[in-house]
Design a binder for this molecule. Structure first.
Ligand code: ARG
Length: 461
């Protein structure tokens, strides 16, 4: 077991079970770079402010850099019995440079150190997730541009409702993803606030220069209250929340893909490289990727719930409960990245089957609203037109016909206003092309939407 730095006050060794239970190195070792970077800045500042000797400061920085290089090269392995990555790095430093290493922790606590490391870790991850979302948006917009005229049924209650285009449907997800980018950008702003110097909870009596550490580490500003500086985890919760919403979007999309690649829909066919087979049923081609994304969404929600629940009863300032923050937020980040990594190429390679989309739109009286609107445009009140069309639909169902195939005499028998131009008015293409209010599915509107979205996207690069 690694020697305890706080051993002085104790007369007994820590029980091995407590040591294992207490240790976080198995999951916080991944912050080793951030921990070293933070310590380098701290040591630089301590030297500049005359809190430690310049030569000690230099030795510390050298030592930390050699540790970083050795971890990166696989020459130095994490000690699984160490309490956490902060203790591990500090102990290793002292092993390498002797007494100067013992001066690194002057005017610092692990409480402000861990808050700093975590903020730095998240600040590195957020842009990676943002760039994945950008890639997904670009993939969707490219697909939308190819499908501006691909008519498909739009649904409410999963019942065919009114015709839209595949491009329009895809662009709905682009809007969601643009909001996800907005949320991540916003979270990032509150992540890049520098907590070091908060000390254990009540700052420090040493004449430190917090702004210098802030500048060295490229943070936007310093935290304003030392109690809050060490015990704020809002930035984790905000990120987990933004990721939960993002996952919810991916999950809804996944659910639609599961439907679309079923034989009942067959709107798309997944590429063989992004589908899986069955161990018993030779005919099967399953959309496992999308189902896993749907499933993993629950996991990310769980991470958010873990964080919220973990924080809700904590008195100020640091409490050990907060060590639980890392596994939750790391899992939310890892899971989201993993999902995006497979989802993007799966979308990029799937085959769209426009004929099937159109055939589905041609059934189910998807043009009934347009039939009523036809009468309204000829002067009837909407409610009357609605009722007449409802009766027509009923007649069609009884006769096994559609509004397109119902003879004009049947139309006229119900309402004199009908004429043969009704067939043109209720044709699928007319139904889509005429829906040209801003935000609608008419190709020119979707083109405008793509244009607008492209501009919005530029803000996030
Ligand atoms: N491993 C700890 C954590 O992740 C570091 C802070 C420990 N601070 C303390 N006072 N025990 O939260």
């Amino acid at each position: 077991m690694a020697d305890k730095m706080w051993a002085g006050r104790f007369t007994k060794e820590t029980d091995e079970r407590v040591n294992d239970f207490n240790s976080s190195i198995s999951f916080d070792a991944r912050m080793y770079k951030q921990d070293i970077q933070g310590s380098v800045a701290h040591a630089t500042m301590l030297g500049e402010c005359g809190i430690i000797d310049k030569t000690d400061s230099e030795k510390i920085i050298e030592g930390l850099k050699s540790i970083l290089a050795d971890i990166n090269d696989g020459k130095l392995r994490f000690d699984p019995t160490a309490e956490d990555i902060h203790m591990f790095n500090e102990a290793e430093l002292t092993k390498r440079i002797g007494d100067a290493g013992k001066r690194l922790h002057t005017a610092r606590s692990r409480n402000d150190q861990v808050a700093l490391d975590l903020r730095m870790y998240l600040r590195d991850e957020i842009p990676i997730i943002k760039s994945q979302i950008i890639e997904l948006i670009e993939t969707l917009m490219k697909l939308a541009e190819k499908n501006l005229g691909t008519v498909m049924p739009g649904y409410t209650h999963l019942q065919r409702a009114q015709p839209v285009t595949f491009a329009h449907h895809l662009m709905a997800y682009v809007q969601m993803l643009l909001r996800d980018l907005g949320r991540l950008t916003d979270t990032y702003k509150r992540t890049i606030i520098m907590p070091l110097g908060s000390g254990a909870l009540a700052s420090t009596t040493y004449p430190i220069n917090r702004q210098r550490v802030c500048d060295l580490l490229g943070f936007a500003e310093i935290t304003q209250n030392s109690l809050d500086g060490v015990s704020d985890r809002d930035f984790c919760i905000e990120l987990a929340s933004a990721l939960s919403i993002l996952m919810m979007h991916l999950s809804r999309f996944s659910e639609e893909i599961v439907l679309w690649c079923s034989w009942e829909f067959k709107f798309i066919e997944l590429d063989d490289a992004y589908a899986t087979g069955s161990s018993i049923m030779p005919q099967k081609k399953n959309p496992d990727v999308t189902e896993l994304i749907r499933g993993k969404t629950g996991r990310v929600y769980g991470d958010l719930n873990t964080l919220l629940t973990m924080m809700k009863g904590l008195s100020l300032a640091y409490n050990k409960d907060m060590q639980e923050d890392k596994e939750a937020i790391f899992d939310a980040i890892d899971t989201t990245k993993l999902c995006l990594t497979t989802f993007i190429p799966m979308i990029d390679t799937m085959k769209v089957i426009p004929e099937n989309m159109r055939a589905a739109a041609a059934k189910g009286f998807i043009n009934a609203t347009d039939c009523a609107d036809y009468l309204v445009k000829k002067g009837l009140p909407f409610r009357d037109a609605y009722k007449i069309t409802g009766t027509l639909v009923h007649t069609c169902i009884e006769k096994g016909l559609t509004l397109e195939t119902l003879p004009i005499d049947e139309y006229k028998a119900l309402c004199e206003t009908f004429d043969t131009d009704v067939y043109e008015a209720i044709s699928l293409d007319t139904c889509v092309m005429q829906r040209k209010a801003a935000g609608g599915p008419a190709p020119e509107c979707v083109e405008a939407q793509i244009e607008y979205s492209r501009k919005t996207l530029e803000q996030f690069r």
